[in-house]
Design a binder for this molecule. Sequence first.
Ligand code: NDP
Ligand code: OXD
Length: 319
Amino acid sequence: MSGTCDMRCVLVSKSLDLRGYLGPEFVHAADRIEIVSHPHDGPAMDVRLAVAWHPPDDAFEHYPNLQAVCSIGAGVDNILACPSLRPDVDVIRVVDPAQAQMMSGFVAWHVIGHQRRFATYQAQQREQRWKRLGLDVRRAQDVPVGILGFGEIGRRVATDLASLGFPVMAWSRTAKPAPHGIRAFDGAAGLDAMLGQTEILVNLLPLTPETRGILNRRTFGRMYRGGYLIQVGRGEHLVEADLLAALENGQLSGAALDVFSTEPLAPRHPFWCHPRILVTPHEACEVSVAAIGTTFRATVEAIRAGQRPPLTIDRTRGY
Ligand code: NDP
Ligand code: OXD
């Protein structure tokens, strides 16, 4: 390690060139930190910090003095799933209000698309057919939206949809006070109560053992018939066969899917060509490199001061 540096940070990803992604500004702005890429040939003892996204299974075995791993996104499931991550290592997420705003726009587009039946107009245009939908055009206030997850992003999505006039409900693990115009639900009974009043379901949960597979036949069956799914959490939340069945039997009228259990989505996957599924490539929103940098600097400062980094997630909860 060079004389002016007191810490080494390793960049670890099997899916992304993190050095290129974060850019020279991030690397050079790291005050008194040497940034190296995994696999790292030099002495591994000085590596106390990692920035990671989908790390290889054995990645963290190489760094016995690792104290903290920073995600480059809001979700940390890909880091927690790494078998070589020791239980005592802190995992740090990013909170980026601009990311939440971007997600909110993405969700609103799909919500309004379902409410205003944009798919019907697109089909009519292909046939050069001028047909007004008349009384079939519904007001926002008649289309209730249920949001799974009432955290940093879910709260922003809920508030913005409420301001557009939709009746908004949001579900969390622990009871939450809800801002004006939003109804809050929690726990298993709260989920059933919310689903029973939901036409559009937005998934904004973290992936944990409790939430894996939550978008399933039972969940869809409790929603209004002809409902719509906006899936922007993680692919493993969804039981794919149950979605296809719900679309087939009319329980759901459509779905917007941004995340998949295997990414990129496999060629010839039935979702690609399904007439009522809209696929986007995990791009509902992005954390900015500036926000990653802010979190990183706060993490370094905390480690230097012998404190817990501010955005450390709770490893027992999994988010
Ligand atoms: P937060 O951690 O801020 O919020 C998570 C919310 O989910 C909280 O309200 C939490 O409840 C709730 N929750 C967690 N577990 C349960 C459970 N078992 N039952 C009920 N509620 C539960 O996360 P963010 O809002 O920042 O992000 C949410 C997720 O969105 C990310 O983890 C990621 O999976 C996904 N995401 C997807 C992106 C994309 O591009 N598609 C981009 C960014 C994020 P409580 O409030 O009680 O803790
Ligand atoms: C995130 C994501 O977790 O982009 O931030 O999925």
